[in-house]
Design a protein around this ligand. Structure first.
Ligand code: TXA
Ligand code: MG
Length: 328
């Protein structure tokens, strides 16, 4: 749907120009600490509509609104509920998305008609500078086509969205590499709607026990939690530790956590030779983009330890695999 290329600007010197594109209803892809976002003025329904069009995103999948600081959120929605305010205070700027009541100023298209809105303050200086310069809240989903791998580099955005986006701010590879954790803390025990870059352990240390909603059932509360999501174009299969990781026929790729697998592989990516989950998260989508582009027929993946950000990594891997092996 998009031919040609967007304008790619350096994330520091390009901010003023990108901010004016946002103010005039355009689309700007920008780096955050998690993944690249595809931004539009969240107060402009037509601009927000362009996000859905560029991503081929179903209109029932609401966007996350990004703000430069918590004070801007209070200006928009008024006084925050205590648990929401406490989480914002503790973790913003950072990879945590919170659910608040949708303010009247934000058109319903941004929240897909929900009376709630997802918001976060990114821990990325240039992202916040862009939002501040634009002077409006910025609605931004991940800057990939719907259901595909999230972008952790400007090149991923250019390749995936082309001229459907007006400007791409290039800030290099993103630090976390995996999307924000989404939490609904509006009442009672906080509910995690999507596992993400902020580990459960950190959340629980701050607010006590939380409930994790796997999102596996019926209604997509947070469609980033649709079973099939974050998928490469190449079929992907999770292998258990027990399964011998020797390559069969065909051209197969392997995504390993820390150790290179034995056997013959057409392509291998190791997430973290040091066995560090934070590093593994930062490299996850990049490694998948690499394997996806390497011409292999199938990608085999081993899960990482189910702890800290490892939970979010495994969550993304299971969803990527689900596209090719739908639950029977
Ligand atoms: O790290 C991130 O969160 C990145 C960067 C760009 O900030 N953004 C991101 O956006 O991952 P996206 O659109 O790919 O995922 C947003 C998720 C979707 O699963 C959506 O359903 C959920 O947020 N969401 C948005 N508004 C919601 C709401 N009011 N209630 C529940 N879930 C919501
Ligand atoms: Mg996404």
């Amino acid at each position: 749907m998009s031919t040609g290329a967007p304008r790619v600007l350096p994330a520091d010197s390009g901010i003023a120009e990108a901010a004016s594109v946002l103010r005039t209803g355009g689309l700007v892809a920008f780096p955050t600490e998690t993944v690249y976002g595809l931004g539009a003025n969240a107060l402009d329904a037509r601009a927000a509509a362009r996000i859905f069009e560029a991503k081929a995103r179903p209109s029932f999948d609401p966007l996350i609104t990004h703000l430069a600081d918590t004070a801007e959120l209070e200006k928009l929605v008024g006084v925050l509920r205590p648990a929401v305010a406490a989480l914002a205070e503790r973790f913003w700027p950072g990879p945590l998305t919170l659910i608040v009541d949708r303010p009247a100023a934000v058109p319903p298209i941004v929240t897909s008609g929900l009376d709630t809105m997802a918001v976060r303050v990114p821990d990325h200086e240039q992202a916040r500078a862009l939002i501040a310069a634009a002077g409006v809240p910025v609605a931004a989903p991940s800057a990939n086509r719907f259901g595909q791998l999230s972008p952790t580099r400007a090149e991923h955005v250019v390749r995936g969205l082309g001229a459907a986006v007006d400007v791409v701010l290039d800030g290099g590879p993103t630090r976390c590499g995996i999307e924000s954790t989404i939490v609904d803390a509006r009442g009672g025990r906080p509910v995690v709607l999507r596992l993400g870059a902020l580990p459960l352990e950190a959340l629980e240390e701050a607010v006590g026990p939380v409930t994790v909603r796997p999102g596996s059932s019926g209604q997509p509360v947070a469609p980033g939690t649709l079973a099939a999501h974050y998928a490469p174009r190449t079929p992907l299969r999770l292998v258990s530790d027990a399964e011998p990781a020797a390559a069969g026929g065909g051209r197969r790729g392997f995504l390993a956590f820390r150790d290179r697998p034995a056997g013959t592989w057409a392509a291998v990516e190791v997430l973290s030779p040091a066995g560090d989950l934070t590093e593994a998260a930062a490299r996850l989508f990049e490694a998948l983009h690499e394997l996806d582009g390497s011409g292999v027929d199938e990608i085999l993946v081993e899960p990482v330890p189910e702890v800290g950000v490892g939970r979010a990594i495994n969550d993304r891997l299971r969803r990527a695999a689900a596209t090719w092996r739908p639950a029977s």
